[in-house]
Design a protein around this ligand. Structure first.
Ligand SMILES: [Fe+2]
Ligand SMILES: [Fe+2]
Length: 344
């Protein structure tokens, strides 16, 4: 390591400094061209909410049985496996917008997504802590048989989720923001859909409020991805188009775990996983917590995919086959958790 004392002083030799070797993270410029991004940023300022200020005083977990509490907490735990990965994921994307000297409103929009996702994670944590009277679902000691089986599910989901971060970290410097958006968009479309449904079907006031707020945030995140696609996709190269097709298929497999059911060929999970999860969901639904049924989930997931297909068709990006929900397209094989980008 050389100290600053050894470094030759250039300022003695030349009037202006040499070209800076990139990527230089400091943009020192505030260009604003994409008007839509400015509008979305302003909406994010207006719509900011504080998870601690929701109607928690109306929420009394002791009204529920322990089976119900553990089952509802399990749903928030599944969500956390995805939503708790979002703050670091978007923080990395935010850094990339600085390195790439993206427009000022684009940097601000990514900042707002990072902040929103932190809120979503906070809410998950508060819901779980109140339901379980314990601050994490992994070291919690279950009180019922279903609670015990759902905790085993949690451990496996958490293990699978941990593999994804290394892949994502490798992907961020490798791909352009344009490629990253398509994966983000997938998560945002899916998230916006599920939260609207959950808000409609949940009886607990504080959950209704959270679902409404989170759903609105996700809708904004979706709009951010769409306006960046509008800006960048017309000039997308062929190679990037192929990567996007593959990433969409990967996104389907990854996000199915929270929006539908985890595909067993992709997720490393025990045989009784789905049966336990269905049982927990049934208990939650009966307690007034609005998890959609298998058929409703499938219908939603399919319409979210078709939505996305509509967007990609506009830019001539081939859509992957998703036979699980009856969508035909280009067949994509060999997908592993280690090489996917999708985020929630
Ligand atoms: Fe989120
Ligand atoms: Fe999001």
């Amino acid at each position: 390591m050389s100290s600053s004392k050894d470094r030759p002083k250039l300022a003695d030799k030349m009037e202006f400094p040499p070209e800076i070797e990139g990527p230089n993270i400091y943009p020192l410029s505030w260009v604003s061209k994409t008007l839509k991004m400015e509008e979305i940023w302003q909406a994010s300022q207006r719509e900011f909410w504080d998870p601690q200020k929701l109607s928690w005083e109306t929420f009394d977990p002791s009204r529920y049985s322990w089976e119900e509490r553990e089952s509802i907490a399990y749903w928030w735990t599944i969500l956390s496996v995805f939503d708790a990965s979002a703050p670091p994921v978007f923080a990395a994307a935010l850094i990339k917008t600085y390195e790439a000297h993206e427009e000022d409103p684009v940097r601000r929009c990514f900042f707002s997504v990072t902040r929103d996702e932190q809120n979503h994670e906070q809410f998950c944590g508060m819901a779980i802590t109140k339901l379980l009277e314990h601050s994490d679902p992994l070291t919690y000691i279950p009180k019922t048989d279903i609670g015990l089986r759902l905790q085993k599910n949690t451990r496996w989901l958490y293990y699978n989720g941990s593999r994804y971060w290394t892949g994502y970290k490798n992907a961020v410097p490798k791909y352009s923001l344009a490629v990253l958006f398509s994966s983000f968009l997938m998560g945002e479309i899916a998230a916006a859909t599920i939260f609207q449904q959950m808000a409609k079907n949940s009886t607990e006031l504080v959950f209704q409020e959270a679902f409404k707020n989170i759903g609105r945030d996700e809708g904004r995140h979706m709009a951010i991805c769409m306006s960046l696609m509008e800006r960048d996709y017309p000039k997308l190269c062929l190679e990037d188009r192929a990567i996007i097709t593959k990433q969409i298929r990967a996104g389907y497999l990854f996000l199915s775990a929270v929006l539908f059911e985890p595909p067993m060929e992709f997720w490393d999970l025990p045989k009784d996983f789905i049966a336990n999860q269905r049982e927990g969901e049934e208990i939650s639904r009966a307690a007034g917590f609005g998890i959609p049924t298998y058929d409703a989930k499938k219908e939603n997931w399919k319409s979210a995919m078709l939505n996305l297909k509509g967007v990609l068709d506009k830019y001539d990006i081939p859509f992957p086959a998703i036979p699980e929900v009856g969508i035909s397209g280009q067949e994509v094989l060999d997908i592993d958790l280690d090489d996917i980008i999708p985020v929630f």
